[in-house]
Design a protein around this ligand. Structure first.
Ligand code: HEM
Length: 289
């Protein structure tokens, strides 16, 4: 039983046509297994979180009660992208597991919304947001090493608090970029195989072999997204992460959560006595003091 389904083209060539649909179940079981292992890890093995360095009470008092985290544009993007993603997953996979309906139209419309929202996100993040805040940096990797050493009982300095995004979020983002872009790039070409409002249908753009490989990549990215979306929703509803989830709805997180988990030197926010221009200097002073 292979992971790809093959067929014979009109020219007698054996070509891939799409992934074998049992991979839907493999992906769902992988997601479920991750959740179960994580719950067991937290319950029985994880140690209490410890961070290096404490924020001075004077500085803490100047942090606003609600720390802005996601702008309205960023939140709108997130929820539009989420709606498109869920629509794509359901329209793609329900018919394959026995709930037949005319899915292609809903699917390509949701695919177009997802593609447009991601184009917006890339431009928004490059020119308006802090582009580098979501990519792992040196401190993240050093701290991951420290956490691992401490977990296995070796001596190591405690890790520092997080920047705006913890390493787990950054790694998740990397995974979703790879799978999401694979689904989008292949999906955009696949639009030419179906009737849409964009261009006349043209199923002869590529050879049967190229189309087959494209459908396989689209399917693999698609089932990968089942697992990734399950993991994402699981973390979003975990009690200790609710502050982060609420910030994706309301835009800000509580001062307590910010001070508990985030390093004001790595994620600089406006405090009641600091203008944006003086923030970095103030943080440096605090560090020196
Ligand atoms: C969450 C993301 C996505 C998932 C899970 C997904 C999944 C799937 C699956 C499983 C199929 C069936 C393929 C087959 O029969 O081999 C499919 C078909 C298709 N997808 Fe997606 N897809 C996603 C994103 C997209 C995007 C972003 C677009 C467009 C930009 C798109 C456009 C299409 C089109 C046009 C087809 C129909 C092809 C046909 O019937 O010939 N998909 N998708």
């Amino acid at each position: 039983m292979g992971i790809i389904e093959w067929a014979i083209s009109p020219w007698g060539q054996t070509v891939p046509i799409h992934i074998a649909w049992f991979l839907i179940w493999v992906a769902a079981i992988a997601g479920l297994s991750f959740l179960i292992v994580h719950v067991i890890y937290l319950r029985y093995f994880a140690k209490t979180k410890e961070f290096a360095g404490n924020t001075s009470p004077e500085f803490a008092a100047r942090v606003p009660e609600q720390v802005p985290r996601h702008s309205l544009a960023a939140r709108l993007f997130h929820w539009i992208m989420a709606a498109a993603m869920l629509t794509l997953l359901f329209t793609a996979f329900l018919p394959k597991i026995g709930f037949e309906f005319d899915w292609v139209t809903y699917h390509w419309i949701a695919g177009t919304v997802l593609t447009a929202s991601i184009i917006f996100h890339i431009i928004h993040a490059s020119f308006w947001l802090d582009f580098w805040s979501i990519w792992p940096d040196k401190v993240d990797l050093q701290d991951a090493g420290r956490r691992t050493l401490r977990f296995i009982g070796r001596r190591a300095a405690p890790p520092r608090k997080f920047a705006k995004y913890p390493l787990d979020n950054k790694l998740y983002h990397l995974a979703i970029v790879a799978t999401g872009l694979s689904a989008i790039l292949t999906g955009v070409f696949m639009l030419s195989r179906v009737r849409t409002i964009f261009l006349p249908r043209n199923p002869y753009l590529f050879s049967d072999m190229t189309w087959g490989l494209m459908y396989v990549l689209h399917g693999l990215a698609g089932v990968g997204l089942i697992t990734l979306v399950m993991i994402h929703v699981y973390f979003a509803i975990r009690p200790e992460k609710l502050d982060i989830t609420k910030s994706m709805i309301f835009g800000s997180m509580s001062r307590d959560f910010y001070l508990k988990e985030h390093d004001p030197e790595r994620w600089i926010v406006s405090t009641s006595s600091s203008s944006t221009a003086s923030k970095t200097a103030e943080v440096r002073q605090r560090k020196a003091g």
